[in-house]
Ligand binder design. Structure first.
Ligand SMILES: [Zn+2]
Length: 378
């Protein structure tokens, strides 16, 4: 495509970049309003930028980087709205660049469609640390979960050296989007998509990743804790850990030298703090500790914003569910404080208004901090 340039600037060759996303750069204009800059998807790579002005394709809103872009000066991430995968990933990549002493980003696996599953590790590298796991958007329509864990990451990193020792003596493993294919799909096709994008039987049907873990996988006690029907919303997949997204969780945790003490999987929208078991009514061996830790989180949430989150076992507060990540993390990976936190909101369900994102983030940050104190005391 030929692009007319103003001021008789020499025409640049159209860059060939992958059809993902591009940052908005401005090398020369210090005064641009980058806080309000949008990161937008680009399909045809047809737009260029030069200096303080930009050219836009009539079809696309994206802006290409200059030939030698300097480091991006703008923070595109915020908690005023929901963001696409590229913004989330550039946010954690930037944390690693800005705070290399405590931040490491790694790719713990590839999704069914080949997207990176990225993990941000925040740690002072003390060998005696224990591990904390935070994951979000295993169910991709639950966008608030990604906002919450990225907010926690931001708080941890930016305040690391003033936070209490119960926070800094942990190795934080944060997976902001565990199901990146599904996450993008909820932005581009179907807002209410729950599963990954695996294809079984030649048809794209998806697997409910939170039914694909090995503990009690496929079990049925007369109730439907998952489904063997590929079109079902609770389809558990053809075998335990059949999906690359759940394999990434398993291999990262079981391959870790650091022993994990806490596993928090974030979901929405029931405003609950739940723990094992999901596959049976019996209390788990650590029921009282988990109930107490959950209650401490619920209290912190209430003190922060006045919101009331109920606390209890999965089976007691929701419904029969087998093959879930927290039952696996608790029983097989032996992570004693394994919780699933159902974020806001019962009122708006999965479509939590963006105006509530920050409040939800703050109340959960408060809860997570208090849980770390509790965990260290027990
Ligand atoms: Zn969920």
């Amino acid at each position: 495509m030929s692009v007319a340039l103003k001021n008789d600037e020499p025409q640049r060759v159209k860059p060939t970049l992958s059809p993902d996303f591009f940052y908005i750069y401005n090398d020369e204009d210090e005064t641009s309003d980058w806080e309000n800059a949008e990161l937008t998807e680009c399909a045809d790579n047809s737009t260029q930028t030069r200096g303080g002005w930009r050219l836009r394709s009539p079809l696309q809103k994206c802006v290409m980087p200059n030939r030698k872009p300097r480091r991006r000066r703008v923070k595109l991430m915020d908690w005023k709205k929901y963001h696409r995968l590229a913004v989330i990933y550039s946010f954690i990549d930037d944390l690693e660049k800005d705070y290399p002493a405590i931040c490491t980003v790694s790719v713990i696996g590839k999704s069914v469609e080949g997207r990176d599953i990225k993990m941000l590790k925040i740690s002072n590298s003390n060998a005696s640390n224990s591990g904390v796991w935070l994951d979000a958007c295993i169910h991709p329509r639950e966008w608030i979960s990604t906002a919450v864990v990225t907010y926690i990451a931001d708080m941890l990193v930016k305040n690391f050296f003033t936070l209490s020792s119960s926070i800094t003596n942990k190795d934080w493993h944060i997976i902001p989007v565990l199901n990146p294919d599904g996450y993008e799909y909820t932005h581009t096709h179907e807002r209410m998509w729950r599963k990954n994008r695996a294809r079984y039987g030649g048809e794209c049907v998806g697997v409910d990743l939170n039914r694909n873990f090995s503990y009690a996988w496929g079990q049925s006690n007369g109730e439907e804790g998952s489904s063997d029907e590929p079109s079902h919303v609770f389809y558990r997949g053809p075998a335990p850990f059949s999906e690359p997204e759940t394999i990434a969780v398993r291999d990262t945790i079981l391959g870790s030298i650091t022993p994990f003490k806490v596993f928090l999987s974030f979901h929405s929208y029931f405003e609950l703090i739940i723990f094992p078991w999901g596959n049976k009514k019996d209390p788990c061996p650590d029921y009282l500790h988990l109930l107490e830790g959950g209650s401490i989180m619920a209290r912190a949430i209430h003190e922060a914003t006045g919101k009331t989150y109920r606390v209890g076992s999965t089976k007691d507060l929701t419904y029969y569910a087998c093959g879930t990540s927290i039952d696996w993390s608790y029983s097989i990976a032996k992570i004693p404080y394994s919780y699933m936190i159902e974020l806001r909101s019962k009122k708006h369900k999965f479509r939590l208004p963006k105006e509530e994102i920050l409040e939800n983030c703050k109340e959960i940050w408060s809860a997570v901090k208090d849980l770390m104190d509790y965990v260290d005391q027990h």
